[in-house]
Design a protein around this ligand. Sequence first.
Ligand SMILES: Cc1cc2nc3c(=O)[nH]c(=O)nc-3n(C[C@H](O)[C@H](O)[C@H](O)COP(=O)(O)OP(=O)(O)OC[C@H]3O[C@@H](n4cnc5c(N)ncnc54)[C@H](O)[C@@H]3O)c2cc1C
Length: 369
Amino acid sequence: MGAALALALRGAGLAVGLFEARAPQAARSDPRPVALSHGSRLILERLGVWERLEPATPIERIHVSQRGGFGRVEMNASEVGLPALGYVVDYGQLAVALDCALEGEGGCAVTRATVGSVSGAAEFAVAQFDAGRGPEKASARLVAVADGGTLFAEQTRTRDYRQTVVTTRVASAIPHRNVAYERFTPEGPLALLPAGDRIALVWTTTPERAQQLCEAPEAEFLERLQRAFGDRLGVFSQAGPRTRYPVVMKVADRLAAPRIVAVGNAAQTLHPVAGQGLNLGLRDAWELAESLPRLSRDEIGGRAHLLAYARRRRLDRGGGVNFTDALVRLFSNDVAPLRLARGVGLAALGAVPPARDFLVRRMTFGTRG
Ligand SMILES: Cc1cc2nc3c(=O)[nH]c(=O)nc-3n(C[C@H](O)[C@H](O)[C@H](O)COP(=O)(O)OP(=O)(O)OC[C@H]3O[C@@H](n4cnc5c(N)ncnc54)[C@H](O)[C@@H]3O)c2cc1C
C-alpha cells in the first residue's frame, strides 16, 4: 500500500520517500490470487497501474452457497450496472506493477531498506532503517506505516480464527464462464475464482487440514476438492503448487499516533473471505493522499489532520472489519439452527434485489458506494 500511496501523491508538491524491505521483483513469487473490486480498478487506473497488469480476469457473477444447507445467492454485474463485480489478479503481479509504475515516476525516492521502528513526536516522526550500511534515521512531518502489520501496534484487537488458507490453481472440465464461487463449509469458506483459463482456489480450513491438503499427492488433493465443492465445474485436474497462509484478524483501534498513520493491513488485517483487505487498503491510501494537498506544510501529520482522516475512514473500515468477521463466525460452524438461519438469510438476500445490490455496492466501493 506504500507504493500506491506514493503514486497517489504524484504531483502533490510534497517530498515523498518510500522504504521497501523487499528487493525489486521479489514479490513476483507470491502466488496468492486477489479479487480486486471495480472501485479498486478505478483507483489503479488513476495511479497508472491498471494498464501494467496482465489482463485481469473479470468476475461477472458471484455464486454464494453453504455446504450441507439450503439457500444461495447470486450477484450479477449486469444487474448493478457494472462491467464486472471484480477482477482476479496475482498479488505478485500487482506488487510488481506498482513497483514498476513507481520506478517510472521519478518523483518519489525509493530506498530498499528494512524499517526497524517508527516513533512520533510533536513536530516530526522518525523512522529507523537499515539499507545495508548499518542503522540510519529519516524524519518527516508524517510517516505512513504500510508494512502489513508489524511496526504499528496502537491498541490492536486480534482474533485468531484457528484457520489457514490454502491457495493454488486447478483446471476444471467445465469452463468457469467468469463466475466466482464462495462456498461456506464448517471448517471455513472455499472460494473458486476465475483466473485466465484456470480456477484460483482460496480454501480456508483448519491448520491441520491445510497441512494435509498441501502435503497430499495431487490426485488426493483434487479428490478432496471435488468432495468439498461438488461437480458444478465438472472434474478438477492439474493442481498447481499449493501455498498456505495463516489467518488472523488484527485491527488497530486507533489509526494514528503523533505524526504516524497506519494504512492497509497495518491498520486492519482481515480474513480473506469476501476479498476485502487489499481493496480497503487501497481506499485507505487513496483517501490519505486526497487529504494532504489541502493542508499547509505545518498541518500535515498534525493532530487535527490525523483525527479528521481517522474519522473519514471509520465507517468504511468498520464495515469491512465487521462484515468479514461476522461472515466467518456465522458460517464457520456446523450448528444446525445456525445452518437453518444462514439458509433463510441467503435465500432472503437472493430474493430481495435492493438488499443484494446494496451489498454489491458496499463490497465494490466501500462506504462511497
Ligand atoms: C490468501 C489470501 C487471499 C487474499 N485475497 C484477497 C482478495 O481477494 N482481495 C483483497 O482485497 N484482499 C485479499 N487479501 C488481503 C490482501 O493480500 C492484503 O490486504 C494486502 O496484501 C495488504 O497490503 P499491504 O500493502 O497493507 O500489506 P502487504 O501486502 O503485507 O505489504 C507490506 C509491504 O511492506 C513491506 N515491508 C514489511 N515490513 C517492512 C519493514 N519493516 N520495512 C520496510 N518494508 C517492509 C513488504 O516488503 C511489503 O512490500 C488476501 C490475503 C490472503 C492471505
